[in-house]
Design a binder for this molecule. Structure first.
Ligand code: 4AD
Ligand code: MG
Length: 464
């Protein structure tokens, strides 16, 4: 039976036992003494395993022709390694070439170091590299840890729909989904597109957030979360924006802003600890090759209390900083990433939970504070990346909610089902959205969210 490389290197197979490993050749070195050293990786851990092939093997001629990227199946005996760099190795008794690299000169993932931009252009082969392999394992570790955290705390995972008619964030950044014939679009008498003839009978989009749906389950199941893909047609070509990204959205009944601020802090600490213990191999690589601070800054997040700060206080700090920002600061403006980063990086030096934003820059569903000027919203700002979490207490008072809808010129009819939650046994409730790619970027130190998702979707790019 086959053994993952991770198990072999972890010593799960005793010295002198026979194992079979399968994977891809990362590098190969042939010694004059008539033996070859193959570094074989299978994705199960950072390090490849060294397979030693002696020229006494029947197909040694084939082994001499192996190049980076070939797939092989090796059976052999586990041995203490004499070479530097690894404790254990496998001395092959049989080595079968499963798939050749037809023309090694054209193989895009040569054993040398490629730029991260180059790897993006070969998204189908980039997981074979050290860096994307490590990102992929850390990403997996984080998603498993997130589910584990919520499961242990008694949350119910809700699958929210991807196709929807409602614009949760009200920002108009939605991808339209339609089965109408583009060459022959039906129109109404007023000359508008007649969506009543479309598949769902009305204009439909890809979801920007599962929040409104998960709120309905929250007001029955109490503690819920959704974890799925979300879509934004914002034309932002930045290192923090994707057109398709994954979001984790917990929603808690009988809860206020401070409940979910604490939940955000507990969740981040839990998943950071999980990565530090479960993926020490990959984190050591990121520390050495990507950002020397990745481990220490995660450790300090785990060890320290997050700072809570009101938006109004942040505005004062920014104004008194003496810094010249590209976007000038005054009470009422939306904080830009330079502002967020100044607060998190230079002023505090740790994650900040920014709270109570002006209502005019925030979404319709957020709960109005007693000052009537601000809403019970919070963002978690992390040094090095800025906003990774956005959340709020929701407006649970029907009369206040209706006033807000009217103020924002939104139709009560469109939100009839959402209003029902406030009519029948309403409760204070709150939740947030954690951007998964921003979390993975923060943890790995990788600068651009495009490099922490398997197939990035950005303006002009939906290949593969
Ligand atoms: O702040 P946002 O827009 O909040 C919501 O969608 C709420 N409905 C969440 C809730 O309360 N349940 O987005 C939440 C997070 C952001 O903090 C950011 O980390 C991430 O989602 N995000 C993006 N990540 C990558 N690319 C984009 N285009 C993103 N837009 C938001
Ligand atoms: Mg936000």
């Amino acid at each position: 039976t086959n053994a993952p490389v991770a198990d072999v290197l972890a010593g799960k197979h005793p010295v002198a036992s026979t194992v079979q490993v399968q994977g891809w050749v990362r590098t190969k070195r042939d010694s004059k003494a008539g033996l070859s050293f193959i570094a074989l990786h299978d994705g199960s851990c950072f390090d490849p395993v060294q397979v030693v092939a002696l020229n006494s093997l029947a197909n040694y001629e084939d082994i001499l022709r192996l190049t980076t990227g070939c797939s092989v199946r090796a059976t052999g005996v586990v041995k203490q390694s004499e070479g530097a760099g690894q404790a254990l190795e496998i001395e092959a008794t049989n080595l079968e070439v499963v798939g050749w690299v037809e023309n090694p000169d054209t193989y895009p993932m040569a054993a040398k170091r490629h730029s991260i931009e180059y790897l993006r252009e070969h998204a189908h082969l980039r997981p074979r590299t050290n860096i994307i392999g490590a990102v992929t394992r850390v990403r997996n570790c984080l998603s498993q840890a997130i589910h584990r955290f919520f499961h242990e705390q008694g949350y119910c995972w809700i699958s929210t729909p991807i196709l929807t008619a409602s614009d949760t964030e009200g920002a108009g950044e939605m991808f339209r989904v339609s089965t109408l014939d583009m060459m022959n679009i039906p129109t109404t008498d007023e000359g508008k597109v007649d969506y009543s003839q479309d598949f769902f009978g009305k204009e439909t989009f890809l979801t920007v957030s599962g929040q409104l749906n998960v709120e309905t389950y929250c007001t029955a199941m109490s503690k819920v979360y959704t974890f799925g893909p979300t879509f934004r047609a914002e034309n932002s070509n930045t290192s923090r924006h994707l057109a398709e990204f994954w979001m984790i959205e917990p929603e808690v009944a009988f809860a206020d802003l401070s409940t979910i601020a604490q939940l955000a802090e507990d969740l981040l600490k839990y998943v950071f600890k999980a990565v530090l213990t479960e993926r020490a191999d990959d984190m050591a690589f990121f520390q050495q090759r990507v950002n020397k601070d990745v481990i220490s800054r995660m450790q300090s997040v785990v060890d320290s209390d997050f700072v809570r700060m009101d938006y109004s206080e942040a505005i004062e700090i920014l104004q008194k900083s003496g810094k010249r920002f590209e976007f000038p600061v005054e009470w009422g403006v939306d904080l830009s990433s330079e502002h967020e980063r100044y607060i998190a990086e230079e002023h505090v030096g740790a994650p900040v939970i920014m709270q109570n934003y002006p209502k005019d820059i925030k979404a319709f569903y957020m709960r109005i504070n007693d000052d009537e000027k601000t809403v019970a919203a919070m963002d978690v700002l992390a040094p090095g990346i800025g906003e990774i979490i956005g959340g709020s207490q929701r407006e649970e008072r029907l009369d206040v909610f209706d006033r807000r809808l009217a103020e924002m010129k939104l139709s009560a009819e469109d939100y009839a089902w959402y209003r029902d939650l406030r009519k029948y046994g309403t409760v204070p409730h709150a939740g947030f959205g954690l951007g998964f790619e921003r979390l993975v970027a923060y943890v790995t130190g990788v600068q651009n969210v495009r490099d922490v998702i398997p197939f990035p979707r950005t303006p002009g790019n939906a290949n593969y």
